[in-house]
Design a protein around this ligand. Structure first.
Ligand code: ATR
Length: 281
């Protein structure tokens, strides 16, 4: 580790708490790999301090930041400009500070999801049939709007709380179709893509109960959960012959646009990076 100079380029991630974030490890891996004089730091900031901190950071030389829980929605109204995808999703995860100190917000979660599919399953066509999302929270919104922009013809949403599925469907428009949580297996019929965006299946959470027999075997199955990397859903899907993509790549790909903007190099998601981020426990 050669350290940084007085001219180091600075970025970071703001959250409360922030200690669980894998972003510092990820960005610092890329910084070291590309020999960039820069640093990416965790910033533990309470909600009531977010506005002040966002004003101060560009004055301290920061080029931008990522935002994580609980700030992704609140930041929308605190930035100077929001890109169209972020305003559709209703959340911001990446800020770029301009030379004059203005903050430009984007949400790269959905694009990270798509980029990961393109890299891991290049032959999969999200326009080939209905896409089914389990869940209707923040992760689901990012993925749903990205699928919409990628040309998915029908986006099915099944969520435990039906009002949340309905609200997301209304924001998506006519291609959305809501299914009751109890109807999630019926919603598999004819689907080209199944995505779990709930926390079910994550270490310490209940498992996701779903019988996949109505899902076409040509469908791609992916999970936003990446701890464990192979969830019970992915295992079950693989056993019956579906192509599967794990959730780690989405996390890594959503980080690329910020890194490129702040540090001037478009970084790659490689097997070595995946292993390095996973080794963090
Ligand atoms: P994220 O930003 O990761 O999407 P979130 O916005 O809290 O997190 O969303 C969590 C999702 O997991 C929601 O769709 C939630 O369903 P509800 O809207 O009904 O809360 C879903 N979820 C969490 N625990 C669940 C459980 N035990 N059964 C079914 N769905 C669950």
């Amino acid at each position: 580790m050669k350290g940084i100079s007085g001219n180091a380029k600075l970025a970071g991630v703001i959250g409360w708490p922030v200690g669980h974030s894998r972003s510092p490890r990820l960005h610092n891996y890329w910084l070291e790999r590309h020999g960039i004089d820069g640093a990416y730091v965790p910033l533990a900031v309470r909600s009531e301090d977010l506005a002040d901190v966002l004003k101060a950071l560009p004055r301290m030389g920061f080029r931008g930041v990522n935002l994580t829980l609980p700030h992704k929605e609140a930041a929308l109204s605190l930035v100077d400009r929001v890109d169209p995808m972020a305003s559709r999703i209703g959340a911001v995860n990446t800020l770029i500070f301009t030379d004059s100190g203005k903050a430009i917000g984007s949400c790269t979660d959905g694009l990270g999801f798509l980029e990961n599919l393109r890299q891991e399953a290049p032959d999969v066509d999200v326009t080939a049939g209905p896409c089914l999302l389990l869940g209707a929270g923040g992760a689901a919104a990012g993925i749903a709007f990205a699928l919409d922009e990628a040309g998915a013809a029908e986006i099915r949403i099944a969520n435990r709380t039906p009002e949340k599925a309905q609200a997301l469907a209304e924001r998506l428009g006519p291609k959305a179709r809501v299914f009751a949580w109890e109807e999630r297996e019926a919603a598999l019929e004819g689907a080209a893509l199944l995505v779990n965006t709930t926390s079910l299946g994550m270490t310490g959470q209940p498992i996701l109960n779903i019988d996949l027999h109505r899902l076409p075997t040509q469908a791609l199955v992916t999970d936003a959960v990446y701890a464990p990397l192979e969830t019970a859903l992915l295992k079950q899907a693989k056993q019956r012959g579906n192509l599967v993509v794990d959730g780690l790549g989405m996390l890594l790909h959503q980080a690329r646009p910020g890194f490129a903007a702040w540090f001037g190099i478009a970084p790659d998601v490689t097997p070595e990076l995946r292993a390095y981020v996973l080794a963090d426990g």
